[in-house]
Design a protein. Structure first.
Length: 281
């Protein structure tokens, strides 16, 4: 692998790690929005529940008004009828019905008074919640707008890096790019790692056979670690960030990665693995 090719792979991986970090940063805005909007959403929910209950109570009040009006009319008719009864039996029946209507009317009137008191308290509660909701919205909205602006800037930066990645990858060796993208296509963060000074893989720290170490140091072929599958480059090639530190927690265990079953050495011009031409990381 020539110095330019190894440098290209190194720079592409750095760019992909930056893209990965930018995506992570954008996802971190979601809980921030939830935290900022929670007080407003809670007040909004309470206010909605209170208004619905208030509407139900007003409907109940109207029902009681109609029921009371109807019973008063019925009471008046019974009182008029009581004055024109023809015998004691009819008088007793009318009197009993009149007494029943009076008791029912009293119950409705008492229920209406209780409901009116509840309505007054509920309206006061709705008014307090409405004022609190308005105040909370005025406090939260600037914070929300600030978060929206920050997320928009992060998304714009991500798009810029994606374009940079696309442009950079266009000038790389297609076969080597294909190998690199194939390694990362399963969600792995690290595809390139240098040999350590004692000849171990800089990613999984498994020892590399001497023959492969020599091939890697001569840079003529694309050599991959037999243990974890990453592309290996000679030690001291540029300032490649330590892969393990750069992608801690972002890459599956090497033992579970099917890429580890790939051949250790692949000639760049002869590799024909299936992968996308471009990877967003």
């Amino acid at each position: 692998m020539t110095e330019k090719r190894s440098t290209d792979l190194k720079e592409l991986q750095k760019l992909d790690l930056r893209i990965q970090e930018a995506k992570k940063k954008i996802l971190e805005f979601d809980p921030l929005f939830e935290e900022v909007e929670l007080p407003v959403l809670t007040l909004e929910s309470d206010l909605g529940t209170t208004k619905n209950r208030l509407q139900e109570m007003k409907l109940e009040e109207r029902r009681l008004e109609l029921s009371t009006e109807e019973k008063r009319t019925r009471q008046k008719r019974l009182e008029e009828r009581l004055g024109s009864v023809r015998n004691l039996r009819e008088e007793a029946a009318v009197s009993a019905e009149l007494e029943m209507v009076k008791r029912s009317l009293q119950n409705d009137e008492q229920e209406a008074l209780t409901l009116i008191d509840q309505l007054r308290k509920m309206e006061e509660r709705a008014s307090e919640l409405d004022a609190a909701y308005t105040e909370a919205t005025q406090i939260v909205e600037p914070k929300r707008e600030e978060l929206l602006a920050q997320r928009a800037a992060a998304e714009q930066e991500l798009e810029s890096m994606k374009e940079e990645r696309k442009s950079f990858a266009a000038g790389m060796d297609k076969a080597e790019l294909k190998v690199y993208d194939a390694i990362r296509s399963g969600g792995r963060a690290i595809a390139v790692a240098p040999l350590t000074e004692d000849g171990a893989c800089g990613h999984c720290f498994s020892m590399v056979p001497l023959q492969l170490q020599n091939e890697i140091r001569h840079g003529e072929a694309l050599i991959r670690c037999e243990a974890c599958g990453v592309i290996l480059m000679a030690p001291g090639e540029g300032d490649l960030e330590t892969p393990v530190a750069a992608a801690a927690g972002a890459e599956p265990d090497a033992a579970e990665d099917e890429e580890a079953l790939e051949p250790a050495a692949v000639e760049a011009e002869g590799y024909d693995g299936d992968t996308d031409e471009e990877s967003d990381g």
